[in-house]
Design a binder for this molecule. Structure first.
Ligand code: DAH
Length: 337
């Protein structure tokens, strides 16, 4: 049998094949126990010795060529089946939408607030949540007898050498002024902890943003200007502000800052308790005793500080009435931001 014409015959046979069954038949015809290849191999002993080697090589090449051809045919049958059958690939079908995450509302508002202050030249820093009693209280001129130092107002860490979970972000002021000398302007966002019973407006953990600016000739009017720029950027140009005298141990004079109610515009409603004003933060001029603790010359330098609750700002801005919503991870709530 002439191997070259066999080769042509195989190709011919394979062209006609259109199913796995037909392919199997052709395979048996050539590679089966009584197939063409077996017959060729069986004929080798009858070939004259001089031609035997050459013939044997041809038979082997033919055989491995067959394996390749069959494999290719099998592949193309499968592809054809995929295009025709149930596994059809519809390249026009829209893809499966991936769920895209969003920033948590507290992250969003924190970023927004920090970027307002960045535009005014403040840098953004962070401080540790586990603080020393010194940074949280003493360095801030909070006397030993102050009620906020009581165990029921602050989480003290047991057996941990006067360490506690910071009850406000103000200890960052102490850290910043120990490390850096004026002029400086920094905002510090972060978590704070207080052993409060959880309800619609209280949480044992919440977020604050602290602000501090120290330099030569910093005045209360600078504080007013900075906070007004902040409030207008976050709540809108039409917002009004007022400063109410207050007491904080680490600032003198101190003030609480209110904005005109964003719900009723100042007329009085249930959100502002009929007052027309909403308290948004505490502030004041850095107390000379705080400067003394960080070895800054209070005769040469002055500064202001402020601290705000991030949840409170977010609740006012977005009309959220329960602080617990921020921490429950309910996607129906979170997806709205
Ligand atoms: N640390 C205060 C609090 O948690 C808020 C505060 C008030 C921060 C006045 C300040 C400030 O920097 O000047 O209630």
């Amino acid at each position: 049998m002439d191997i070259d014409s066999l080769q042509a015959q195989v190709k011919n046979d394979l062209e006609k094949v259109s199913s796995p069954e037909a392919l199997e038949e052709v395979r048996v015809k050539y590679l089966g126990r009584k197939g063409v290849v077996a017959e060729l191999t069986g004929s080798i002993p009858g070939i004259p010795v001089q031609e035997r080697g050459e013939f044997g090589r041809k038979v082997n090449a033919f055989k491995s060529g067959l394996h390749e051809l069959f494999a290719k045919k099998e592949e193309s049958l499968k592809d054809g089946e995929a295009l025709r059958g149930e596994n059809i690939i519809d390249i026009g079908m829209p893809g499966i939408a991936q769920q895209v995450g969003t920033l948590h509302p507290l992250t969003r508002i924190t970023d927004e607030i920090c970027s307002v202050f960045s535009r005014m030249g403040f840098s953004v820093a962070e401080g540790p949540e586990v603080e020393t009693e010194y940074n949280n209280f003493t360095g801030l001129n909070i006397p030993l007898e102050h009620p906020s130092r009581e165990a029921f107002d602050t989480f003290y860490l047991k057996d941990y050498d006067k360490k506690l979970l910071r009850s406000h972000t103000s200890p960052a002021q102490v850290r910043i002024m120990q490390e850096k000398k004026p002029p400086l302007a920094v905002v510090v966002p972060g978590r704070v902890y207080r052993p409060d019973a959880v309800d619609a407006s209280h949480s044992f953990m919440f977020h604050q943003i602290e602000g501090l600016m120290v330099g030569e000739g910093i005045k209360f009017s600078d504080l007013k200007g900075v906070l007004e720029t902040f409030a207008k950027a976050i709540f809108g140009e039409g917002i009004k502000m007022r400063f109410r005298p207050h007491f904080f141990p680490f600032t003198e004079p101190s003030a609480e800052v209110d904005i005109s109610c964003i719900i009723c515009g100042g007329k009085g409603c249930s959100v502002c308790g009929r007052k027309g004003w909403l308290e948004i933060l505490g502030s004041g001029m850095v107390h000379p005793n705080v400067f003394k603790h960080v070895a800054i010359d209070a005769d040469k330098y002055s500064g202001f500080a402020f601290g705000m609750g991030v949840e409170r700002i977010a609740m006012l801005k977005y009309g959220i009435n329960d602080i617990r919503l921020f921490f429950e991870n309910d996607l129906r709530f979170l997806r709205q931001f």
